[in-house]
Design a protein around this ligand. Structure first.
Ligand code: A3P
Length: 321
């Protein structure tokens, strides 16, 4: 029996996922069950090399350029956002960060190279990729504009000082893995000569969201962006995801059933159906080092005017300190 036949039988015998069950007649017409089967099983099998390209072609599957991109921000919760959106039957994620627009070597390979990096999907589904470096890389807005001037752009942000510390924690972990020593966060974030915030430190610069956004606004109107509150995505993911569904003009399909709090991980995890659950990798949700409170205060004061500008431009107030 072919793999596809196996899959079909398996899906008929096993209980149906509640989000599929809630599809009315209209929903089914929009997202055929076989698309769901592909998303939930065949895609993984294909990626693992368990089924051939020929079989996939039989099902009219195509590799589509993304209709929406999570452009950043690094450590904002970009992976969690992508994985959670992928719960939606009409969304297909590009699993890897592709780094097409921010990497000159990749960009030189051309748009067909990029398209071939995309997952297989049905024409009525939308592909989403995430590469957080896009947000801060000078050339990217123009390059994305040239591909698709009406693309939807998602930016997930966290309180800027927390994000900077998270960024530092990731770099620190990399150094420790290589048995290298590294500076303390305080030393990097504060210029020892002036005692002012060190704006040359990348983790600080990345958190000045408004500066980066302003570059993007030279190419795209603000209506093409949606801001996701990364702090709320951690504590209360569903309402944030529902706002994204609306922004992407998708019918609401992600429900509380799809998200459950895992006390051991201390984060929400994903439930596709009664069989498939997953939490994000352990590299998401690291314990941050303790940082001198006076440095935190200084950073928060520094970010404050930039945050105000960010709220004003985006129309989303996040009440950061
Ligand atoms: P920390 O490691 O600082 O806690 P990114 O994917 O952009 O690198 O972001 C990583 C951050 O995603 C983590 O930062 C974590 O707080 C956040 N996050 C949000 N929702 C999460 C979830 N459900 N599981 C794990 N991490 C999550």
């Amino acid at each position: 029996m072919s793999f596809l036949k196996h899959l079909h039988v398996a899906y008929r015998l096993q209980p149906i996922c509640p989000i599929e069950g809630r599809f009315g007649a209209r929903g089914q017409a929009e997202f055929p069950l076989r698309a769901l089967q592909f998303k939930r099983g065949l895609l993984h099998e294909f990626q693992k090399g368990n089924t051939s390209k020929e079989q996939v072609h039989l099902h009219d599957l195509v590799q589509q350029l993304p209709k929406a991109i999570i452009i950043g921000v690094r450590k904002g919760g970009t992976r969690a956002l992508l994985e959670m959106l992928n719960l939606h039957p009409a969304v297909v994620k590009a699993s890897q960060e592709i780094h097409f627009f921010d990497n000159d070597e990749n960009y030189a390979k051309g748009i067909e190279w990029y398209r071939k990096k995309m997952p297989f999907s049905y024409p009525q589904q939308i592909t989403i990729e995430k590469s957080p470096a896009y947000f801060i890389t000078e050339e990217v807005p123009e390059r994305i504009y040239k591909m698709n001037s009406s693309i939807k752009l998602l930016i997930i942000v966290r309180e800027p000082t927390t994000r900077a510390i998270s960024d530092y924690t990731q770099v620190l972990e990399g150094k420790e893995r290589k048995n290298k020593t590294y500076y303390k966060f305080e030393k990097l974030a504060i210029d020892p000569n002036t005692c002012e915030v060190n704006t040359k430190y990348k983790a600080v610069r990345t958190s000045i969201y408004t500066k980066h956004l302003e570059r993007w606004l030279k190419y795209f109107p603000i209506e093409q962006f949606h801001i996701v509150d990364g702090d709320r995505l951690i504590t209360e993911p569903l309402p944030e995801l529902q706002l994204v569904e609306k922004f992407l003009n998708l019918p609401p399909r992600i429900s509380q059933y799809n998200l459950y709090f895992n006390a051991t991980r201390g984060f929400y995890c994903l439930r596709f159906n009664i069989i498939f659950n997953k939490c994000l990798a352990g590299s998401k949700g690291r314990i941050h080092p303790e940082v001198d409170p006076s440095v935190i205060t200084k950073l928060r004061k520094f970010f404050h005017p930039f945050n105000q500008k960010f709220y004003q431009i985006t129309g989303r107030t996040l009440n950061w300190p």
